[in-house]
Design a protein around this ligand. Structure first.
Ligand code: CTP
Ligand code: ZN
Length: 154
């Protein structure tokens, strides 16, 4: 590629770059993290850009926010190949791959309306992560497809 054909998304100063997100999943990544651009911090989203490893990939750059390990774990549900780069003063100071957590808490809403976690009780949702989806630890309901549709909106 010649230089002026290269995609350029600005480097960030301090924050997190989520790279190698499967093509088309960036908006779901933002939803799962509860990021909607309302904080006023710079946010860059590149979707379906060419990638050697994935064919097409998405990239999210979040200025002014370092993701916690819990947030990173949850990302693995929809972006298993993602790499997380923590940036300070323009340098990548930490780089890690997401890992599939055993349990996700308070992130997904159980589709069973009779489940105690969906009622007016102070019970946080809790799902065990399995090979073929996630399973509610209260009522055993399994969510196999379309996890982003079950993300709890804050
Ligand atoms: N990045 C950024 N702002 C910075 C530093 C890095 O936006 N101040 C971005 C880069 O554009 C890249 C990602 O963070 O998308 C990782 O940066 P780096 O480790 O320098 O790049 P690579 O070595 O290509 O990463 P990898 O090996 O993970 O593909
Ligand atoms: Zn349930």
């Amino acid at each position: 590629m010649t230089d002026d054909q290269q995609l350029r998304v600005s480097k960030i100063k301090n924050g997190t770059v989520i790279d190698h997100i499967a093509g088309g999943q960036a908006l779901n990544v933002l939803a799962i993290l509860g990021i909607d651009g309302g904080s006023g911090d710079a946010l860059s989203v590149a979707m379906n850009v060419p990638s050697d490893r994935l064919g097409k990939k998405d990239i999210v750059k979040i200025e002014g926010r370092e993701l916690s390990q819990a947030e990173v774990d949850v990302l693995s549900l929809i972006a298993p190949a993602a790499s997380i780069n923590i940036v300070r003063e323009y340098d990548v100071v930490e780089k890690h791959r997401v890992e599939r957590p055993e349990v996700v808490e308070g992130v997904l809403e159980c589709p069973n309306h009779n489940c105690i976690s969906t009622k007016d009780e102070p019970v946080e949702s809790r799902f065990a992560v399995t090979d073929d989806g996630v399973r509610c630890e209260y009522c055993e309901t399994i969510i196999r497809d379309d996890l982003p549709a079950h993300i709890l909106v804050e």
